[in-house]
Design a protein around this ligand. Structure first.
Ligand code: FES
Length: 133
């Protein structure tokens, strides 16, 4: 769930795997909050810094692709890419907190630098802003 001006709330019926690009496990859990403003001091997790900094990040999005994920048995894995996005692999529904935006798919790239012009998706802006993490 994309929270307005806040993190990505990740919830699964089963454990979601969060790992580094080299495959090292960061966490396996049914619920956690990922930073999407790029300001957390505890990346990739949200530490509430967005509130202190007054981050403005819409929860709405227009890419509302609907992929049939019925029968997809793979677990959900989120890979934290160095200096760039979260690479989401596996059946996932991404939705805004108000429920007005929603997409279901098996792959997605989500912004974690806070600079994308197409939030919550990555649009490559992390390169222009020299995001290092
Ligand atoms: S991670 Fe923010 S634009 Fe790619």
């Amino acid at each position: 769930m994309v929270r307005p001006n806040g993190p990505l709330i990740c919830k699964g019926d089963t454990d979601i795997t969060l790992q580094n690009a080299d495959g090292a496990l960061i966490l396996k859990d049914k619920e956690f909050a990922l930073c999407r403003c790029g300001l957390s001091r505890n990346k990739p997790f949200c530490d509430g810094t967005h509130k202190i900094q007054g981050v403005q990040a819409t929860q709405a999005f227009s890419d509302q692709q609907e992929e049939d994920i019925n029968g997809t048995v793979a677990d959900l894995t989120i890979v934290v890419k160095p200096h760039s996005m979260y690479s989401v692999q596996g059946p996932v529904t991404i939705f805004s907190r108000d429920g007005l935006s929603k997409t279901t798919r098996t792959k997605s790239s989500l912004c974690r630098c806070g600079h994308s012009g197409n939030k919550p998706f990555c649009d490559g802006a992390h390169n222009r802003y020299d995001f290092t993490e």
